[in-house]
Design a binder for this molecule. Structure first.
Ligand SMILES: Nc1ncnc2c1ncn2[C@@H]1O[C@H](COP(=O)(O)OP(=O)(O)OP(=O)(O)O)[C@@H](O)[C@H]1O
Ligand SMILES: [Mg+2]
Length: 361
C-alpha cells in the first residue's frame, strides 16, 4: 500500500501542508528546524495514533491551535483507493474513513502499517527492553490474528494481579488470577518466540550486507521466567512470596527480552552507536520483509535523518538494500546526496522550509 496524498494542519510549525508523494522514495530535505521530522511524525501518527517523540498532547499541536488534523488518501495492495482523516486535540480525537465515522483508534491505525526509524531508534538494540517487546508485538498484531485477544487477556490479568499484590491478599485470592495470567502469558511467549526465530535468518542476511565486518549476527530470546525448565504457572507459584514483598509480578512475558549479538560475543553494551543503529535498522527491515512474506505487501517505511551516524559506505549499503524493496519510503535529511539518485529511480524531493513544503522534482 502507499499514500497518494498527505495533508497536515496545525502540526508543530505547519499551519497547513499538502504533499503528493510517489509510490517509491520521497525525500524530505531542508535545514535544521524546517519541519522534516514533523512530516514523518504525521505518517507515524496514522499508524500508531501517537508520535515517536511522544503523545499528541506533548507539543505536537501548533502553538495556539486547539487541535491538529492529518488527512490522507491511499491505495491499498489491490489497487483500491481510500481516504481518511484524523483530528486530535491531545485529549479527544475524531476520525473518518471513506466518509464514515470511526469509533476505534486502533482500528483506524490498523489500515496504516508504518515502520519508522529515527535517530533514537538505536534504543531498539541498546535501550530498555520495552522497546524490544513492542517491536515483536507490532508484528504479531499485524500478522497473527489470535495475538491481540491473548495480549488483551494477559494485560488485564497482569493489571488485576498487580493491584491485588498491592493489597496484600491471601494466597487464594492471588491464585484466582494465576491461571488466566499463565495461560495467556504462555500464549504470548509462544507467538513472540516463534516470530523471533523466524526473523533470525532474515536479520542475519541483512546484517551480513550492512555489517560484514562485524561477523555473524544472531538473536536470542528470554521469556521473562525460567522457561523451558518451568511452566509460567509453576514460576508464579515459586515467586509468590517475592511478588508479595515487592508488590508487583516479577515473572512473565512482561519481563521478556531479546538481544542481538555480533560475532558470538559482542552484546548491547559493546556496540558503538553506528553499530547499534545498523543492527536496529537490520531488525526493522527484517520485520518489514517478514511482513511482506505474510501479508503480500510492504508496510510504509519512514526514516528520519537516515544519514546521521552512518559513514558514506554504510549509508550506501542501506540505500542499496532499500532499492530492492517495493515499499513506499520516506527519508528526511538536511542534504541531498548523490547516493539517492544512484539507488532510486522513482524519487520525489520535497523541500521543507519553515511552515512550507515545495516539490522540487
Ligand atoms: N507545537 C509547536 N508549535 C509551533 N512550532 C513548533 C512546535 N513544535 C515544534 N515546533 C517547531 O517546528 C519546527 C520543526 O521541527 P522539526 O523537528 O520537524 O524540524 P526538522 O526539520 O526535523 O529539524 P532537524 O533537522 O533539526 O531535525 C522547529 O522549528 C520547532 O521549533
Ligand atoms: Mg528532524
Amino acid at each position: 500500500m502507499h499514500l497518494t496524498e498527505l495533508q497536515g494542519a496545525n502540526l508543530r510549525c505547519f499551519t497547513e501542508f499538502i504533499l503528493t508523494p510517489v509510490p517509491g522514495v520521497n525525500l524530505l530535505l531542508g535545514e535544521n528546524g524546517a519541519g522534516k521530522t514533523s512530516v514523518i511524525e504525521a505518517i507515524h501518527i496514522l499508524g500508531y495514533g501517537r508520535s515517536f517523540r511522544g503523545r499528541i498532547r506533548d507539543g505536537l499541536i501548533k502553538q495556539g491551535a486547539a487541535s491538529l488534523q492529518i488527512s490522507t488518501r491511499w491505495q491499498d495492495a489491490h489497487g483500491g483507493t481510500h481516504q481518511a482523516g484524523l483530528q486530535h486535540s491531545g485529549n479527544e480525537w475524531q476520525a473518518r474513513q471513506n466518509g464514515a465515522d470511526v469509533d476505534n483508534l486502533g482500528q483506524f491505525c490498523s489500515h496504516f502499517p508504518v515502520l519508522s526509524f529515527e535517530p533514537g531508534s538505536h534504543a531498539l538494540i541498546s535501550g530498555p527492553a520495552d522497546n524490544r517487546r513492542r517491536f515483536l508485538d507490532w508484528a504479531l498484531f499485524h500478522v497473527e490474528p489470535e495475538f491481540f485477544s491473548q495480549w488483551r487477556r494477559f494485560n488485564r490479568a497482569l493489571k488485576q494481579r498487580n493491584a491485588l499484590l498491592k493489597a496484600q491478599p491471601g494466597a487464594e485470592a492471588l491464585a484466582a488470577w494465576d491461571h488466566e495470567f499463565a495461560e495467556s502469558g504462555e500464549a504470548i511467549h509462544y507467538y513472540r518466540q516463534r516470530y523471533l526465530e523466524s526473523l533470525k535468518p532474515v536479520f542475519q542476511d541483512i546484517c551480513r550486507g550492512f555489517l560484514p565486518e562485524g561477523g555473524l549476527a544472531t538473536l536470542g530470546y528470554a521469556a521473562g521466567w525460567r522457561q523451558p525448565q518451568m511452566s509460567l504457572l509453576d514460576s508464579l507459584r515459586l515467586n509468590r512470596d517475592r511478588d508479595l514483598q515487592t508488590g508487583f509480578c516479577n515473572v512473565g512475558p512482561h519481563r521478556a527480552d531479546w538481544e542481538a549479538t555480533l560475532n558470538g560475543q559482542l552484546q548491547q553494551e559493546h556496540f558503538s552507536r553506528g553499530q547499534a543503529k545498523l543492527l536496529a535498522l537490520s531488525a526493522l527491515l527484517a520485520q518489514a520483509k517478514k511482513f511482506v512474506d505474510e501479508k503480500g505487501f510492504w508496510p510504509i517505511l519512514c526514516f528520519d535523518d537516515l544519514a546521521s551516524e552512518l559513514d558514506s559506505e554504510h549509508f550506501r549499503r542501506v540505500l542499496r538494500w532499500l532499492s530492492g524493496s517495493r515499499a513506499q519510503i520516506w527519508i528526511s535529511g538536511t542534504d541531498d546526496q548523490p547516493a539517492y539518485a544512484e539507488n532510486f529511480s522513482l524519487l520525489q524531493r520535497f523541500h521543507v522550509e519553515q511552515g512550507r513544503i515545495a516539490d522540487t522534482q
